[in-house]
Design a protein around this ligand. Structure first.
Ligand code: PHE
Length: 456
C-alpha cells in the first residue's frame, strides 16, 4: 500500500517492544483498569445522580472513547517515539506542522497532574490493606467505618507517607522498563480483580437493596442532567480509558506491526467498562442498604466496601486481598501516567530511564502534596472547582483530557492522509470506514459541543 511515510518503512522504538499482542492488550488494560473504575466511577456517578450520567458515560465510551483510543494507538505505532516527538514527526511527515508536538506536551503535563492526586488515593488503598488485615472492619457499623476513614484522611502525615510509598512503587517499576514486571502484574491482577468484584456483587445481590442499586444506576432521570454532568461523564470516559494524554500513544509506540488495533481497542474498552459497571453494581446497593449518601464523594468506596467485607465470612482475607488488588490496579495505571513524561525526558535530554523516572517521580510527588493537604489542613481552602484536589481533577479530567482527545482525533482523521491511517488500521473495509466517520465527525463535534456547553 502506498503511504507517505518518509524513509524507513519499519521504525522501531528506543524503549523496546511488547513481547506479544497479548502483552500489549494486558498493558493497555492494566493502564485503563484502575482507581478510575472502582474508586472514581461510583462516586462521580453518585454525585451526578446515577442513571442519566451512566447512560451518557456509556455513549461517550463507545462513540468517542473507542475512536480516540484507536487514533492514539495508530499515531503511537506510526511515530514510535515519545508522544511529543511522535506528534512533531508525524505533523511534518503528513505535510502539516511540527507544532502538533504541543499535543504531546499537553499530555505529558496532564499525566504529571493526574498522577499527583492519583498517587494520594492509591496511597489510601495501601493504608486500607493494612487496616483490612488488622481486622478493624470486622462487624463494624457504617458509622465506625465512616469515622475510621475521616480520621485517617484527617491525618496529613499518614496520608503523605502513603503517597510517598506509592510513588516509590511507581518509580521502581517504570525505571525497570517496558517489558519486565508490568506484564506479569497485569496477567494476574485483572482476572483476580474481576473475581473479587463478583464476590462483592454476590454480597450486594443478597443485601436486599440490589433493586435500588440497579434502579439508581440504570434509570435515567434527564431532569437531573446538567451540562456539567455531561462534561463529567465525558471526562470520566477519557479518564477511565487512559486516553487523551498520550499514555496509550506511548504504549502504541511499543506495539508490533502485525497487531490489530481495532481488536485490541475493543478488548480493552470492554474489560474496562465491565469492571466499572460491576463496581457500581457492588457499591450502590450497599449505599442504600446502609442509608449512606451516593453523593458522598471520594470517600465512597472506602466507606462502603469495608463495611460489606466486615459482615462477610472470611471478610478479613477478602478485604485485604481486594485492597491489594486495587493497589495493583492503581500501580499499573500509574505506569501509564508516567510513561509519556519519562519517554520524553529520555529522548529529549538523553537521560537514562532511571534518571528520567526519578526526576519525573519527584516532581509528581511534590505536586501531590497539594492533594494530600486537600483532605485535612487545607480542606477549607476552596476556589473555582473546590479544594486543590478538586481543581486538579477538574482541570485534567474535564478539560485537558477531552481537549487532548479532540486534537488527537482531528489529527488522525483530518491531518493524516487516508493511506497512512488505513495502513495502520489494516485496510479500508467497513470497520475502517466506521472509525473514520467517528474520528472525523462524530467524536470531534461531540467533544466540542460538550466542552462549549459546559464551560460557557
Ligand atoms: N485509566 C486509569 C484509571 O481508570 C487512569 C489513567 C488515566 C491511567 C490516564 C493512565 C492514563 O484508573
Amino acid at each position: 500500500m502506498l503511504s507517505n511515510r518518509a524513509g524507513d518503512s519499519k521504525r522501531s522504538s528506543l524503549h523496546g517492544h511488547w513481547s506479544s499482542r497479548m502483552a500489549f492488550i494486558l498493558a493497555v488494560t492494566g493502564s485503563a483498569v484502575g482507581l478510575g473504575n472502582i474508586w472514581k466511577f461510583p462516586y462521580i456517578a453518585g454525585q451526578n445522580g446515577g442513571g442519566a450520567f451512566v447512560l451518557v458515560y456509556l455513549v461517550c465510551v463507545i462513540v468517542i472513547g473507542m475512536p480516540v483510543m484507536m487514533s492514539e494507538i495508530l499515531i503511537g505505532r506510526r511515530g514510535r517515539r515519545n508522544p511529543v516527538a511522535t506528534m512533531e514527526l508525524l505533523g511534518k511527515e503528513e505535510g502539516s506542522s511540527s507544532h502538533w508536538r504541543l499535543v504531546g506536551t499537553l499530555g505529558v503535563l496532564a499525566g504529571i497532574l493526574i498522577l499527583s492526586y492519583y498517587s494520594v488515593i492509591a496511597g489510601w488503598t495501601l493504608a486500607y490493606v493494612v487496616k483490612s488485615a488488622s481486622g478493624v472492619f470486622v462487624g463494624a457499623s457504617a458509622e465506625a467505618v465512616g469515622e475510621n476513614f475521616a480520621s485517617f484522611v484527617g491525618d496529613w502525615r499518614l496520608v503523605a507517607l502513603c503517597h510517598t510509598l506509592f510513588m516509590g512503587l511507581a518509580v521502581f517499576v517504570v525505571a525497570r522498563g517496558v517489558e519486565r514486571g508490568l506484564e506479569q502484574a497485569v496477567r494476574f491482577m485483572v482476572p483476580a480483580l474481576l473475581f473479587l468484584m463478583l464476590v462483592l456483587l454476590g454480597y450486594s445481590i443478597n443485601s436486599g437493596y440490589f433493586g435500588e442499586g440497579v434502579a439508581f444506576m440504570f434509570t435515567p432521570d434527564f431532569e437531573r442532567l446538567t451540562w456539567n454532568s455531561v462534561l463529567a461523564a465525558l471526562g470520566q470516559a477519557f479518564f477511565t480509558l487512559s486516553i487523551g494524554m498520550g499514555a496509550i500513544m506511548a504504549y502504541g509506540a511499543y506495539l508490533p506491526e502485525e497487531t490489530s488495533i481495532t481488536g485490541a481497542s475493543a478488548a480493552v474498552v470492554t474489560a474496562d467498562t465491565a469492571i466499572a459497571m460491576l463496581a457500581g453494581l457492588a457499591i450502590f446497593p450497599l449505599v442504600f442498604a446502609n442509608n449512606l449518601d451516593p453523593a458522598d464523594g471520594p470517600g465512597l468506596v472506602f466507606d462502603t466496601l469495608p463495611l460489606a467485607f466486615g459482615q462477610m465470612a472470611g471478610g478479613v482475607f477478602f478485604s485485604t486481598v481486594f485492597f491489594v488488588l486495587l493497589a495493583f490496579a492503581a500501580w499499573t495505571s500509574a505506569i501509564g501516567l508516567m510513561e509519556p513524561a519519562v519517554a520524553w525526558i529520555v529522548e529529549r535530554f538523553s537521560k537514562t530511564r532511571a534518571q528520567a523516572t526519578v526526576m519525573t517521580g519527584s516532581i509528581i510527588w511534590l505536586v501531590g502534596l497539594g492533594s494530600v493537604l486537600s483532605f485535612n489542613v487545607l480542606a477549607d481552602l476552596k476556589f473555582l472547582a473546590g479544594t486543590i484536589f478538586d481543581n486538579v481533577d477538574y482541570l485534567t479530567s474535564n478539560i485537558m483530557l477531552p481537549l487532548g482527545g479532540l486534537l488527537i482525533v482531528v489529527f488522525a482523521g483530518w491531518v493524516m492522509c487516508r493511506n497512512s491511517t488505513a495502513d495502520e488500521l489494516g485496510g479500508s473495509g467497513t470497520l475502517y470506514k466506521a472509525w473514520r466517520l467517528l474520528a472525523r465527525f462524530i467524536a470531534p463535534v461531540g467533544i466540542l459541543f460538550v466542552l462549549i456547553n459546559a464551560i460557557k
